[in-house]
Design a protein around this ligand. Structure first.
Ligand code: FAE
Length: 530
């Protein structure tokens, strides 16, 4: 596999060599927070929730300091590129691992993981007892590693997603605001119909429609005009060179290009990369004492800083925020947090599978790494399936899918005093409802097409990718762990503003909902609390 993928990689990215990879990307100022400093607002984490909070607070005149445990990802490495390719993972790929842990870890029955130097890489494959949770690490959070699929849930599903939130306001104001802030748009359907890189999606469409499932185009934050130039050979390739999981050197509008760029442009936002918050506790003279470890690229602590913040926004992601709050409650730093802290965590029902197509139904050796379509069987079968790429550089005759399903299971984070770590009680067997829901789509398609499931993508004779999620949600659920706007009411000035607020499922890919909810909550917080 490594020989094959290396050839594909070289063929696909040759045009990148020597290219001006930094075009349009101004290096960030490397100001980092100073010990003893007092800051009006500290934002923990630079993903979607954190970026929205920082921008809106700064626009309201508040000086904001953001900290992120991951790297800044604004400087090219020795190969001239900021990010490494999915098919050639190096030290930049994983967060503090000595071996890759690819979500799709087998190919043609062979394991594809390889040794890498331990480094503060971009993708964290965080292992809990029953599930591996994939998360972005760095300035931009999940936006650095995700597929950019920017999906607003159907209005009729919203009441189940966020029952305490006014849907009229969300669909009239905050979803449109989020979509515009993120730079969301749709693939040009005429180009889609002819471009080689989306043959896999067109095969997916044909199979969906022949089984009478609704096929839908899915919006994305990738710059579609840029992808057209990649296809035409007039711009360095990113989506068409298989870049995605370990970052896109071009084309994708991550938060670094959107919310965070606007936040920095206010002149009121500074960002400390490689800074990890370990404690937040009330300060004697008001505000909160925040303890922050500064890390080197081996993950070792090189300094410990103490900052006083008038307000603290937890935006460390569903897992990061939940782990911090559960620990702070259990260890007596924030004992007044309520008993909903750590509860209501879900995996957005993620489950993956592949189907083996007939030899007359190739999916294409060139596959855009940016998915742009899906199969919607949510109402009838509880599953929404992304038609996903397998950008290996060779013809695989495989159709590959990431399904989001209505899985009812919810897990809880708890403090483990013996290990000094936070556990999550999710069980692998809890994926069975997700598999059953995904089968409502793929059993039918297989029967219609006379095809079978692939068994070589997740192990030896293993059909379902049921060991992971890309979409952690919950752990500090809105209107339960917090009030209806993310306030941790026992501690005025402490807020949750990320995916931890959402009770486990969004029926589609989550980041537009995380962004829209953050827009709603920060508007109220600025209007009433500042
Ligand atoms: P997130 O973006 O995770 O940001 C949290 C940040 O906090 C990270 O940068 C952390 O490094 C940082 N952090 C954590 N703990 C600490 C600490 N103690 N101190 C300092 N910093 C800390 O949070 N969603 C979609 O909607 N569409 C997609 O196509 C899609 N594809 C995905 C593909 C992959 C491979 C992955 C991993 C995720 C994907 N997602 C997708 C999920 C999406 O990226 C995720 O829901 C959001 O990024 C979550 O946003 P948050 O603001 O909650």
């Amino acid at each position: 596999m490594s020989g094959i993928s290396r050839r594909g990689f070289i063929a696909g990215t040759g045009s990148l060599l020597g290219a001006a990879v930094l075009a349009g990307r101004a290096p960030a100022a490397h100001a980092s927070v100073t010990s003893g400093e007092r800051v009006p607002a500290l934002v923990i984490g630079t993903g979607y929730g954190g970026a929205v909070a920082a921008l809106r607070l700064a626009e309201a005149g508040v000086a904001v300091h953001m900290v992120d445990m991951g790297m800044a990802w604004d400087t090219p490495d020795s190969d001239g590129k900021i990010f490494c390719n999915t098919t050639a993972p190096d030290r930049r790929s994983y967060w503090l691992r000595t071996r890759t842990k690819a979500p799709l870890n087998y190919f043609l029955g062979f394991p594809i993981d390889r040794d890498i130097p331990r480094y503060t890489g971009i993708l964290d494959a965080e292992d809990f007892a029953g599930i591996t949770v994939y998360q972005g690490r760095g300035v931009g959070g999940g936006s650095l590693v995700n597929g950019g699929m920017a999906v607003t849930p159907k209005r009729e599903n919203f009441a189940a997603i966020l029952p305490s939130v006014n849907a009229d306001e969300m669909y009239a104001t905050y979803y449109p605001r989020a979509n515009s802030g993120l730079g969301v748009s749709l693939v040009d359907p005429a180009w889609f119909d002819t471009t080689p890189g989306y043959q896999y999606s067109r095969v997916g469409r044909k199979h969906a429609q022949r089984s009478n499932f609704p096929f839908v185009f899915v919006p994305d934050v990738y710059d579609w005009d840029y992808m057209k130039r990649e296809a035409a050979g007039t711009a360095p390739k990113s989506a068409l060179a298989g870049e995605i999981l370990y970052g896109n050197n071009h084309g994708k509008k991550s938060l670094q290009q959107t919310y965070l760029a606007r936040a920095k442009a206010t002149g009121r936002v500074t960002i400390s990369a490689l800074h990890r918050v370990t404690s937040v506790t009330p300060a004697a003279g008001g505000g909160y004492t925040v303890v922050i470890d500064q890390l080197n690229t081996s993950g070792a602590t090189t300094a410990t800083k103490t900052v006083t913040a008038d307000r603290v926004f937890f935006a460390a992601g569903s897992v990061g925020t939940s782990k911090l709050l559960v620990k702070l409650k259990a260890t007596g730093a924030l004992p007044g947090l309520n008993d909903e802290i750590g509860q209501g965590w879900g995996d957005n029902g993620n489950v993956m599978c592949g189907r083996a197509n007939h030899l007359w139904d190739p999916t294409g050796k060139l596959q855009s790494s940016i998915p742009c379509s899906g199969i919607d069987n949510w109402a009838a079968g509880g599953a929404f399936a992304e038609i996903a790429p397998l950008p290996t550089g060779i013809e695989t005759f495989a159709s590959f899918y990431l399904s989001i399903t209505k899985n009812p299971h919810r897990a809880a984070f708890t403090w483990n005093a013996a290990t000094g770590a936070v556990d999550l009680n999710w069980q692998t067997a809890w994926k069975q409802p997700s598999i059953d829901m995904a089968k409502t789509i793929f059993d039918k398609i297989n029967a219609k097409e006379g095809t079978i499931y692939r068994t070589d993508l997740f192990g030896v004779y293993k059909i379902w990718g049921d060991h992971l999620t890309y979409h952690p949600l919950g752990g500090a659920v809105l209107n339960k762990a917090t009030d209806n706007y993310g306030r941790l009411t026992a501690y005025p000035g402490l807020y949750v503003i990320d995916g931890a607020l959402i009770p486990g499922n969004t029926s589609v890919n989550p980041f537009v909902t995380i962004t829209a909810l953050a827009e709603r909550n920060i508007e109220r917080i600025i209007a009433t609390d500042l």
